[in-house]
Design a protein around this ligand. Structure first.
Ligand SMILES: C[S@@+](CC[C@H](N)C(=O)[O-])C[C@H]1O[C@@H](n2cnc3c(N)ncnc32)[C@H](O)[C@@H]1O
Length: 296
């Protein structure tokens, strides 16, 4: 039992159950009220159910009410919590970088499968991640594959700051295999690695400027615009990544790029125009075209 929970509450003090029930009505989202209560109590779901009928101490109750207020004010659940799960990791998230999405967990899966298909486990692999944001992809890759090194870049100093915080939460052996670089796509890289990169991975911005106003406000008003909007067509950043790939990849190497489903045929054709010997698009778990794999 959490020692911050009173064992003999005054009759009028609300229990966690009372607070969650009230917040469900306020937020209109039962699951989120429960998640925020678990966060305020500092307890995982399995332990929180054991204190549902206990009364929280005043600081935990105040924290819960603050979290509910922020969510009611429109902030994304992930920002209110300040952290979010991505594959095996619990990443720090805030307005400095895009909240990592489930689609991108699939992008990591495709990248790992490409690596596993080419090199035996333990073989050194050099990956470049362009536009690392929170560092979600880079951190997952070094955690899930031994002897893999990532050079992860971003144009946004704010994003790189949170990516570094997420790297610092890994064990030192894994953290030491990620290097961050600041700059405009390939401009962030040391020219000495041209032709030596085994895999390029990117989840570039892929929304057209005209789509910006129609985005869900929880995305439009809280994720950084430069993480979402690429330009007039929405394909500009993907094309920049593909255009530069042949210069940086080693012979027979691969680029794994997250895309919007409606871009699949255009970006596949663009990769072929950049000299890729094959370009295929993988469908995500919801069956939508999501990840371009281009091989040179
Ligand atoms: C869609 S977000 C992806 C973030 C992270 N990789 C993820 O999957 O959650 C795109 C990232 O690209 C970065 N970016 C935008 N334009 C860039 C550029 N010209 N050069 C490098 N990075 C850029 C943004 O700052 C943002 O962090």
């Amino acid at each position: 039992m959490n020692d911050r929970i009173s064992s003999a509450p005054p009759a009028e003090a609300p229990t966690w159950r009372d607070l969650v029930t009230a917040a469900r009505t306020t937020l209109g989202r039962g699951d989120e009220a429960l998640i925020l209560a678990q966060e305020a109590a500092g307890l995982p779901a399995a332990e929180f159910v054991l204190v549902l009928d206990a009364c929280p101490e005043a600081p935990d109750r105040a924290r819960f009410l603050t979290l509910v207020d922020r969510r009611r004010g429109g902030a994304p659940l992930q920002h209110v919590l300040g952290h979010w799960g991505f594959r095996s990791l619990d990443l720090l998230v805030d307005g400095r970088a895009l909240v990592p999405r489930p689609e991108t967990e699939f992008t990591v899966e495709v990248a790992l499968a490409e690596i596993a298909a080419r090199w035996p486990s333990g073989h050194p692999v050099l990956v470049v991640e362009l536009g690392t944001g929170s560092g979600a992809i880079a951190c997952s890759l070094v955690v899930e594959r031994e002897a893999l090194r990532v050079i992860a870049t971003d144009l946004s100093p704010a994003a790189l700051a949170i990516a570094k915080l997420n790297r610092s939460r890994l064990d030192p052996g894994r953290a030491g295999r990620i290097e961050f670089r600041s700059g405009d796509w390939y401009g962030a890289l040391d020219p000495g690695i041209a032709g030596k990169v085994d895999l390029i991975v990117a989840n570039p911005p892929y929304i057209a400027a005209s789509e910006w106003h129609d985005l869900d406000p929880v995305v439009r008003d809280f994720d950084p615009r430069e993480a979402l909007v690429a330009g007039e067509s929405g394909r500009e950043a993907i094309e920049a990544v593909l255009r530069g790939a042949p210069t940086w990849l080693s012979v027979g190497a691969v680029a794994v790029v997250e895309i919007a489903p409606h871009q699949a045929s255009a970006v596949g054709a663009f990769a072929s125009g950049c000299g890729a010997r094959s370009a295929e698009v993988h469908r995500d778990l919801t069956g939508r075209d999501r990840v371009l794999v281009a091989r040179w």
